[in-house]
Design a protein. Structure first.
Ligand SMILES: C[S@@+](CC[C@H](N)C(=O)[O-])C[C@H]1O[C@@H](n2cnc3c(N)ncnc32)[C@H](O)[C@@H]1O
Length: 250
């Protein structure tokens, strides 16, 4: 198994694959579930992006290592994290002794589909809008779409909405957990098509949709996006293809 120690924000982050277990872990402050290939893609994405990504929100904190990593590679000003799990005090204590001290907001026991909670996190921390939102939470289609519809209107023009691990239904690495966790669930990969259809209908809301094997990146266009946003209600469909059939259960 790949195990790397990545220094970020004055902490030692142990980076490992999401899959597979090992008993012997080197000394670390926090764990991040991003392997070398995923980190390479992240670092390329950030390098290519101008201007700087200052204000960041990540859905899916897990063991806490991804926030300092993202904060460091973006040279960010503030980062907020959301997770449905109860708070793990070791994450806050690590952040308090890091260079992110005073520049983060941790929000546990918060569902990625909780509109009121997410809007409050944005209002409390990102009054001028966000530069990047990362969804690395449940990866279920309905949840992923719901978070996008809540949060995308808060992105600044040129900002990035990044969805991780959306290919669980097609990627061999996910085969074991996909069989257990995602059995019978609609494919999250159909979001690529939904975003593309929304972009074509409203070309000033989305300027680009970029997909690689692991992430979808939706780049915010120059126009204000209505809040609340509904992808389905804002996608014109001249063909006989039915959005309701594509979308599956919400
Ligand atoms: C893949 S892990 C996140 C990994 C982390 N971003 C990293 O790179 O190390 C997914 C996390 O999403 C959280 N999660 C799952 N469903 C969620 C939901 N409905 N709302 C918020 N968080 C959720 C899980 O508790 C888990 O901690």
């Amino acid at each position: 198994m790949e195990l790397d120690i990545i220094p970020a924000c004055g902490l030692n982050i142990l980076a490992k694959n999401a899959f597979g277990k090992t008993d012997a872990l080197p000394d670390h402050d926090l764990i991040m579930l991003k392997n070398r290939q995923q980190r390479r893609l992240w670092e390329q994405k950030i390098k290519l992006h101008k201007p700087r990504l200052n204000h960041i929100l990540e859905l899916g904190i897990a063991d806490g290592g991804s926030l300092p990593y993202i904060f460091e590679i973006c040279d960010a000003d503030f980062i907020a994290g959301v997770d449905i799990l109860p708070e793990d005090p070791k994450i806050r204590s690590a952040y308090n002794r890091s260079t992110m001290e005073g520049k983060f907001s941790l929000n546990f026991e918060t569902d990625q589909t909780d509109r009121a909670a997410l809007n409050k996190i944005v209002a409390d921390n990102f009054g001028d809008g966000l530069d990047m939102i990362i969804d690395d939470a449940s990866h279920f289609l309905g949840n992923t779409r719901a978070s996008f519809e809540i949060l995308f209107p808060h992105l600044r023009p040129g900002g990035l909405y990044v969805i991780e691990d959306y290919t669980w239904s097609h990627n061999e690495a996910f085969a074991m957990i996909a069989a257990k966790r995602y059995s019978g669930q609609p494919m999250t990969s159909q979001l690529v098509l939904e975003f593309t259809m929304l972009m074509s209908t409203h070309q000033k809301w989305i300027s680009r949709v970029v997909a690689d094997y692991n992430t979808i990146t939706v780049v915010k266009g120059p126009a204000k996006v209505p809040d609340p946003l509904s992808i389905k209600d804002n996608t014109v469909n001249w063909a006989p293809l039915q959005m309701s059939k594509l979308a599956g259960p919400q």
